[in-house]
Design a protein around this ligand. Structure first.
Ligand code: CA
Length: 228
């Protein structure tokens, strides 16, 4: 049996297009054409991933996602209107895993689906591993040690924790709020400029020193580390 993907989208043409493409890739597909049905179906544990349009009649995609996250951590990819940065930020803050801007290339969406499904099924295994590795960068969780090509990179505790969080969530775009909440905690609520400062520290110690492009800025949204 293929993995089951739920499409929550009221525009029938888009829903049908996605359904055909996903079925062709071997996924089982279900469609909900409004927010309430979408929420009901997304809560079903047989669903492996949700593609969620934000502009929906009845219950909005943002509200659907917020309610879904009270009881489920199923991967969610949002579909947003072009350049609607505030929706992207809000969506990532309330727990969506990634987003695509309409119109999007289907290959790109399929690639992101694969990343999220892989992450969902591997996260347990990775949790048990002490070492994270991206490009030539290795991070040893237990010993707070980071190496680039075998050479030790000196980081402060917070720099290390930020890097660890970004590496664990590689290929996922993280909003500043989400990073702040996870790495700094609620006491720092609102101080999102901290993230920019610490990303700069990491870049000067890793990206600039080794002439690589590790931490990517997603303008108006946040940061990601890609490993593709
Ligand atoms: Ca729509």
């Amino acid at each position: 049996m293929g993995k089951k993907i739920l499409i929550v989208e009221d525009e029938q043409k888009i829903a049908r297009f996605l359904e055909l493409e996903l079925q062709y890739e071997g996924y089982d597909v279900d469609i909900a054409n409004n927010g309430r049905k979408g929420l009901e179906k997304a809560k079903d544990s047989s669903v492996d991933l949700v593609i969620l349009d934000l502009m929906l009649p009845g219950l909005s995609g943002i509200e659907l996602c917020r309610r879904l996250r009270q009881s489920s951590d199923v991967p969610v990819i949002m579909l947003t209107a072009k350049d609607d940065t505030s929706d992207k930020v809000m969506g990532l803050d309330i727990g969506a895993d990634d987003y695509m801007t309409k119109p999007f290339a289907i290959e790109e969406l399929l690639a992101r689906i694969r990343v999220l499904l892989k992450r969902k099924y591997r996260s347990k295994e990775e949790d048990n591993s002490n070492v994270l590795e991206i490009k030539n960068l290795k991070l040893y969780k237990d010993s707070y040690r980071v190496e680039y090509n075998g050479e030790k990179v000196e980081l402060t505790k917070k720099e290390f924790e930020l890097l660890e969080f970004m590496m664990i969530n590689k290929n996922i775009v993280m909003s500043r709020e989400k990073i702040l909440e996870n790495v700094w905690g609620y006491d720092y609520f609102g101080e999102t400029n901290l993230i920019d400062v610490y990303v700069r520290y990491l870049r000067s110690k890793i990206d600039q020193k080794y002439n690589i492009s590790l931490i990517e800025t997603i303008r108006g949204v946040g940061y990601t580390i890609r490993d593709e």
